[in-house]
Design a protein around this ligand. Structure first.
Ligand code: SF4
Length: 189
């Protein structure tokens, strides 16, 4: 009997802290069973940096704070049948999006960069310059949730989401039976 094809999964971290990727490991011993059903393509998990094939599921942590984030996200949308925003940074910008609240000056981005690199209370930057190497990706005017850049199929909430909600979402998607989250899995109080 021919072997069933494993689902291909790709993951990426954009403007996130990698906490959501660490939460994937919180699936714990269930990962062993899951690995019988899936294989990873482009992902920090295996250090594959480019898509090798079309993927069934793409999982993205973090929002978009620079142009490279946007390119990676668009690449995932092109190469994945289903795209999942994993965690609050991906869903609504999260902590990095706190800079979106800076709007007092004519150039809020410059105000943020000056605070971060020059005038902030705890900054010790002897060059008094904002990093401007051409290799650095262009910083966007604000931090964008993924859904403002491409179509997102599912959001898994939490900071970070629990291993349980990640596992149950992936297991039900793979079985074609996803019907939403059980309240207990997304209750954080
Ligand atoms: Fe990190 Fe939380 Fe953002 Fe995930 S949602 S990338 S854990 S800050």
């Amino acid at each position: 009997m021919p072997e069933l094809r494993k689902a291909r999964i790709a993951t990426a971290s954009l403007a996130g802290c990698f906490g959501c990727h660490m939460a994937i490991l919180d699936i714990d011993e269930r990962l062993i069973g899951l690995m019988g059903l899936v294989e990873f393509d482009r992902s920090p998990v295996n250090d594959i940096k480019k898509f090798t094939k079309r993927c069934d599921i793409g999982i993205i942590e973090g929002g978009c704070c620079n142009e490279e984030n946007v390119h990676v996200l668009q690449d995932f949308r092109r190469n994945c049948d289903v795209l999942i925003a994993l965690g609050q940074c991906a869903i609504m910008g999260g902590l990095p999006a706190m800079r979106n609240a800076v709007m007092h000056s004519e150039n809020p981005l410059l105000e943020c960069l000056e605070e971060a690199y020059i005038s902030g209370r705890f900054i010790r930057n002897t060059t008094h310059q904002i990093p401007n190497d051409p290799a650095l990706p262009l910083v966007l005017d604000k931090v964008y949730p993924l859904s403002e850049v491409v179509k997102i199929d599912y959001n898994i909430p939490g900071c970070a989401p629990t291993g349980d909600v990640i596992y149950s979402t992936l297991a039900s998607l793979l079985a074609g039976k996803f019907r939403g989250f059980e309240r207990e899995l997304i209750k954080f109080d």
